[in-house]
Design a protein around this ligand. Structure first.
Ligand code: ZN
Length: 241
């Protein structure tokens, strides 16, 4: 079921049990944009079903907030172009070239290329992992790109983030909201959640000048701008000796 966030913005809320991030939907007068590509084809189908039952047009493009599997492995079920920053494109090209046999998965875990905590979840979603098809984005940008959906603009901004080097946020100034993807979270490094205060500071500096009332992270409920900044500040303080 879609949840309305602002007059022009909806999302299919996240689900912790199913490893599903929030999937955004921004409806302009001419085009609509999907935010993130889903964790598997069933996730994308649930999103499409929710749009159909709301009598909304299917999105014309999708933007990927970063290259992690739960945000991208549903894209093969969509026949619309995906947009991503160059860093996400590079990572997905590498992942798309993997053969996804159980042996290859083990090898990638040993190399540290695939977090071992993610592997069982991927296997749960794809009992035959050889069937994983990673669709590559068709539109690649560096730094920042703007989409005019008609009466509604979307700024896709590559931001510093403790979570990943390729974090993109989607800022919708007319709606005073921002989709944050996983940019607000720590990095999963050698299976441990690891803080990077310098990058968190960078994210804070990227968000502060934007005029928005709330941000929607991918795996939790929306937060006000003030609560987000206070949360970041607290985390930065915690890392100080
Ligand atoms: Zn992530």
């Amino acid at each position: 079921m879609l949840e309305q966030l602002t007059p022009r913005v909806w999302h299919l809320p996240f689900s912790q049990e199913q490893d599903r991030p929030s999937l955004g939907y921004i409806r302009g007068e001419n085009f609509s944009l999907m935010v993130d590509g889903g964790n598997d084809p069933a996730h994308v189908q649930a999103y499409q079903k929710a749009l159909l039952s709301a009598k909304f047009p299917l999105p014309h493009f999708a933007v990927l907030t970063h290259s992690h599997w739960d945000h991208c492995f549903g894209m093969s079920a969509l026949d619309i172009p995906a947009i991503a920053c160059a860093e996400t494109y590079q990572s997905l090209r590498m992942v798309a070239a993997w053969s996804w046999t159980p042996e290859e998965m083990e090898k990638n875990i040993r190399k540290g290329a695939l977090p071992s905590v993610c592997a069982p979840r991927i296997r749960w979603h794809f009992p035959e992992p050889e069937q994983i098809r990673v669709m590559l984005p068709a539109v690649i940008f560096s730094g920042q790109m703007t989409l005019d959906l008609g009466g509604c603009t979307c700024h896709l901004i590559h931001v510093p983030s403790p979570h990943s080097r390729d974090s993109v946020i989607v800022y919708v100034p007319e709606e005073r909201m921002v989709f944050l993807g996983d940019a607000v979270y720590q990095e999963l490094k050698d299976d441990v959640w690891t803080e990077h205060p310098d990058k968190l500071q960078g994210l804070m500096e990227a968000l502060e000048p934007l005029d928005f009332s709330f941000g929607q992270p991918a795996h939790q409920k929306a937060m006000s701008k003030q609560d987000l900044l206070t949360w970041f500040q607290r985390r930065i303080e915690k890392t100080k000796p």
